[in-house]
Design a protein around this ligand. Structure first.
Ligand code: SER
Length: 338
């Protein structure tokens, strides 16, 4: 008998860090963590096994199929939006080919197991692309099927991988005589900017939110790279983890779509500064706009509509804006740096 496990890729990253602790606490399944970098000591205790390796390494993934019975794949490994712009082709390989390799692994597992394998995929607000700031400012909350014209390679990768998830779930090898009956059960989440109190993001465009707070907590001056009036939606990490766990758990027949928006609050950079200064009155926060990164944020919706998730799987964030800062971020960052 092979061991039943949940496979988490990119386990060292921001989401992985918080997710594995909860998976280990709440789930009766062992967690296999995969990452290109050596395991971070603080999460080692939550993993049944850590494998250092690349999602582009098909031999490595093949060995996983042979050794474990994978119930779910939570595929977090990705190159984020700003970093991806410096090398779009590499980003494409990691974000798309890497995902394709894992989808193939999931199908192979499903065939062995005689049942679908769940594939949880964090997509992003970057899948959207609003053509102008004027239009952005007039829009209300944007639903899953609107304004899907991403302008970053990361956004294109995320949107395409959502489509791959749909293809692998419903149409995989549709013309083959031996079309496989069991494929994957794809469940995508479009996240807004995420803020963690315990880790700092690298390579994202929403990083100005968390960066401002982590700098303030360490008494380091921070120059925000977007205009004070830039608005985008955010959510704190415990809510991101909650949404992954909820979506992984729910029965397939409750779900009316494959990809869901989830969000908590929308805030301008000015508002983030104000709240940060309330908690850290000596913080030095200025604005030095990087026009190019600004443009990316200007193409992302100010608000996203998560009604479908609320209706289908009772999604609701635990933290609104005030609670996010008062109960999670401020105490969390103070604790981290003291
Ligand atoms: N936080 C991500 C980024 O900025 C968006 O998914 O790239």
């Amino acid at each position: 008998m092979r061991k039943q496990v949940v496979l988490v890729t990119g386990v060292n990253g921001e989401i992985g860090h918080s997710l594995v602790a909860h998976l280990a606490e709440n789930d009766n399944c062992d967690v296999i963590g995969l990452d290109v970098m050596p395991i971070d000591d603080s999460i080692q205790q939550y993993l049944f096994k850590f494998i250092q390796g690349d999602i582009l390494d098909q031999m490595l993934l093949g060995r996983l199929v042979a050794e474990y019975e994978i119930r779910s794949i939570i595929h977090l490994a990705s190159i984020l939006s700003t970093k991806a712009e410096y090398n779009p082709e590499t980003a494409h390989r990691v974000n798309v080919e890497g995902t394709l390799n894992l989808l193939r692994l999931a199908v192979e597992q499903a065939t062995w197991q005689g049942k679908s394998v769940k594939f949880i995929y964090p997509s992003s607000i970057a899948a959207y692309g609003i053509p102008s700031l004027e239009i952005k400012q007039q829009l209300g909350p944007v639903t899953e099927d609107q304004w899907l014209m991403p302008t970053t390679i990361y956004g294109c990768n995320k949107l395409y991988c959502e489509h791959l998830g749909r293809y692998y779930s419903n149409f995989y090898k549709q013309l083959a005589a031996d079309q496989t009956k069991y494929t994957i059960d794809f469940r995508g989440l479009r996240f807004p900017g995420l803020i963690s109190a315990v880790t700092v993001p690298t390579g994202g465009t929403s990083d100005y939110g968390p960066d401002m707070l982590h700098h303030a907590a360490q008494n380091i001056p921070y120059a925000c790279f977007v205009r004070p009036d830039s608005v985008m939606p955010f959510m704190v990490m415990p809510d991101a983890v909650k949404s992954i766990l909820l979506l992984e758990e729910i029965e397939r027949n409750q779900l009316s779509q494959l990809v869901y928006n989830v969000t908590s609050f929308s805030a301008s950079a000015e508002k983030l500064k104000e709240i940060t200064l309330d908690a850290f009155p000596n913080a030095e926060i200025s604005f030095a706009v990087d026009q190019k990164r600004q443009h990316i944020v200007d193409t992302w919706p100010a608000e996203i509509d998560d009604k479908a998730a609320r209706k289908d799987w009772n999604w609701k964030p635990d933290f609104d804006m005030i609670q996010s800062f008062k109960e999670y971020i401020i105490p969390g960052v103070k604790n981290r740096y003291n």
